[in-house]
Every structure is written in structure tokens, then in C-alpha cells.
Ligand binder design. Structure first.
Ligand code: ACO
Length: 355
């Protein structure tokens, strides 16, 4: 038995491969570094979906229309967001999408962007901003969050982020999406289930706490003692460690470089780098031989913060990118045509023997 299913292969996929020893992420035959910052999120999604979704020949138009369609479904629910965190609000909104939509794959991607922006604004008591179908997906998502024009550099920063997190093997949320797809519950249900698994702090809920950690550390002189004390209390350092990577997560450097391309961010990055190095030293000291390294979430926090996204909104943006991957995996799983149904070993009491 493997409690965390560590070495279990539960699916064959053409979508992505994570090489944990080499620190390499391959997405449909391309290294991540060939895609992030070079191919738009829309085009990367079309490439990921090739052969799984019938027509993605004009992904910009497809996702623009999907954002508009999603807004029609979701905007009446804006008032229900009060008192919910952004990720809770996003979960509520995505749950409201109808399975009967004519194109649930593109609706899921459009709706994830619309729902993320609506939920981030709703948590602050702000009303939703209508999508602009003619804009790029990342630019429109950022504009719908801020209700203000977005410059090219920031739109590019978010586009790079969405591509970087688009797919990543059989991670916990993707596995969840595939389990739901295997029951033929439908694509939108797979996406909602994926979001529910993503939101935990051991998965996609980590980048907000990374920023909390950096704020609590405050100055680099405090870093060693702060991090060491946290580990002495048995806490995990957010943004470090991974089930598959035994070396640095390749997404960390892609996101760090994207953050560095944004003006006025140098001091922040220098501080993050210094804390990162200290954390690696503390991890080495406290968990010798464990091969714990930086994961995607550490520089996600730096990049999304530099884009002006509130920290509670980081997980919804992760979901907005990963939805494209959940959809692709759900479709791939549906085509397998067999329910995922493992077994448990019963260790509870047995009924008393009848006399
Ligand atoms: N800080 C301190 N210690 C850690 C950390 C960490 N970030 N990560 C792992 N460890 C320790 C564990 O305590 C364990 O030590 P032990 O065997 O002495 O008890 C050892 O390293 C191995 O850890 P596992 O729990 O076996 O690692 P697992 O593969 O189950 O967990 C996970 C991976 C959940 C990502 C873990 O590293 C973690 O909690 N990291 C912090 C949260 C985080 O950054 N999450 C985002 C992950 S990336 C993503 O999902 C998008």
C-alpha cells in the first residue's frame, strides 16, 4: 500500500511529463521554457487540447466568446460572493455553470477567468467587470480584476504565469479531475472538483502563505532564525518541497525571470532570493539528505504580487491557468471509458460472531 500513491501510475497521458530528477517539465513535446513567455496562453491551450477538443483553430476568439458567455451565466450571482474568500467565491461560481452548455471545454476556461476576477473583487465588496472578448485572455483577466487598463508588460507577466501552471502531470487536483471524469459526471464537474483539491495549502493554496512568510520575516537578518524557528515548531516552509521534484522546480526560474522583467521589482526579487537561499540552508540543516528545493509557489507569490493581485487571489489565478489542463485530462480520461475505483484495506472492527 502507498498512502500518498507515491509510485502508482494511474493514467497514461500525452499531455505533460514531470522529470523530477532532471527538473524538467514537458508539455506535449515542448519544454516549458519553450512555451512560457513565448506562446500565448490561448495558443498553448489550443496545442494542449489538439485532438481532444473538436475545433480550437481560433483560440483567441473562442476564449473571448467563452468569457462573455460565462459572464452572462455568472454575473447574476455577484451578490452571493459577500463574506466569501476569493477561492470560495470561485468555487461557488463555477458550481453554477450548466452542464448543458454547447461547448463546456472553452466555457470552463472562460469561466475560470471571469469567476477568478469576480471572486477577487466580490471578496472586497466590489461588483464584477464585464469581459472584453477582443482582448487577450491574460490581459482581460487582469483588467477584470483591477477595472483599469493593463499595460503590455503586466499582461505578458500574467500570460507567462498562466502558461507556466497550465499542466503538470498527475498532480492532486488533476488526479481529482480525472477521477470525476471517469464517472462521466461531465467536464464542468471535473473542473469544480479540481479547484476543490487545488485550494489546500499543500497544493495550490501555498503562494499566499509564501507572501505572509516573507512579510513576517521582514528583513534578511531575521530570515535564518525565523525559518529555523518555524521548522522547530514542525511547520513546513511554504514554497519548498515537492512530491516529484528532487531538484529545483523548473517553473520557479521561469516565474522569477517573468517577475524580473517587470520594472520596479528588483529590491523585492533580491529579498526573495536571499530568503530563498536561507530557507534552502535551513532545510538542509534541519532535514539533511531530504533533497527539498524551491517549488513553483515561491516565485508565483513574487510575480502575482508584482502584478498587483491581492494574495487571496493567487489560488484563483492558479486555477484559471490549470483549468485548461484539467479539461484536457478530463477529456483524455473520458476516452479511457473505465471508472477509477481503487481499493482500501479494512482495518476496523468486524461484527461480533452470531451465537
Ligand atoms: N518544509 C519543511 N519540511 C518539509 C517541507 C517543507 N516545505 N516539505 C517536505 N518537508 C519534509 C517533511 O516534513 C518530511 O520530513 P520527515 O520525513 O522528516 O517527516 C520530508 O520533508 C518529506 O516530506 P513529504 O511529506 O514526504 O513530502 P510530500 O511529497 O508528501 O509533500 C509537499 C510534498 C506537500 C509539496 C510538501 O513538500 C509541502 O508541504 N510543501 C510546503 C507547501 C507547498 O509549498 N506546497 C506547494 C507545492 S507545489 C504545488 O502543489 C503546486
Amino acid at each position: 500500500m502507498s498512502i500518498g500513491l507515491d509510485d502508482v501510475i494511474a493514467a497514461e497521458t500525452i499531455l505533460s511529463h514531470v522529470d523530477g530528477e532532471a527538473g524538467r517539465l514537458i508539455i506535449r513535446g515542448h519544454d516549458l521554457e519553450e512555451l512560457a513567455g513565448r506562446m500565448s496562453f490561448e495558443d498553448t491551450t489550443a496545442m494542449l487540447w489538439d485532438g481532444l477538443v473538436p475545433d480550437v483553430s481560433d483560440p483567441g476568439a473562442l476564449f473571448g466568446e467563452a468569457r462573455e458567455r460565462a459572464f452572462r451565466y455568472l454575473s447574476p450571482l455577484a451578490r452571493s460572493l459577500s463574506g466569501l474568500s476569493p477561492v470560495e467565491g470561485m468555487r461557488l461560481l463555477l458550481s453554477a455553470l450548466p452542464d448543458s452548455d454547447e461547448d463546456p471545454a472553452s466555457l470552463a476556461v472562460g469561466a475560470s477567468a471571469v469567476a477568478a476576477a469576480m471572486a477577487i473583487r466580490g471578496a472586497k465588496g466590489l461588483g464584477p467587470v464585464e469581459p472584453d472578448a477582443s482582448a487577450g485572455h491574460a490581459a482581460d483577466l487582469l483588467r477584470m480584476i483591477k477595472d483599469a487598463p493593463v499595460d503590455e508588460a503586466r499582461a505578458m507577466g500574467l500570460d507567462t504565469y498562466l502558461v507556466t501552471v497550465i499542466d503538470h502531470g498527475l498532480n492532486a487536483s488533476t488526479f481529482t479531475a480525472r477521477v470525476v471524469a471517469s464517472t462521466e459526471a461531465g467536464l464542468l464537474s471535473s473542473v469544480v472538483a479540481g479547484l476543490c483539491a487545488l485550494k489546500g495549502p499543500l497544493h495550490g493554496g501555498a503562494p499566499g502563505p509564501v507572501l505572509d512568510m516573507l512579510d513576517a520575516i521582514g528583513t534578511i537578518g531575521n530570515a535564518d532564525s525565523w525559518l529555523d524557528d518555524a521548522m522547530a515548531r514542525g511547520e513546513r516552509l511554504m514554497g519548498f518541497g515537492h512530491r516529484i521534484y528532487r531538484v529545483r522546480d523548473p517553473r520557479a526560474d521561469v516565474l522569477k525571470a517573468a517577475a524580473a522583467r517587470l520594472k520596479g521589482n528588483n529590491n523585492r526579487i533580491a529579498f526573495a532570493e536571499a530568503v530563498e537561499q536561507t530557507a534552502l540552508n535551513v532545510l538542509q540543516r534541519r532535514k539533511p539528505g531530504r533533497r527539498l528545493d524551491t517549488n513553483v509557489e515561491f516565485y508565483t507569490a513574487i510575480l502575482l504580487d508584482a502584478l498587483g493581485v491581492p494574495r487571496e487571489g493567487f489560488t484563483p489565478l492558479f486555477a484559471a491557468g490549470r483549468t485548461a489542463g484539467w479539461v484536457a485530462h478530463a477529456l483524455e480520461q473520458e476516452s479511457v471509458g473505465r471508472i477509477i475505483r481503487p481499493q482500501s484495506r479494512y482495518v476496523g472492527p468486524w461484527p461480533a460472531q452470531a451465537a
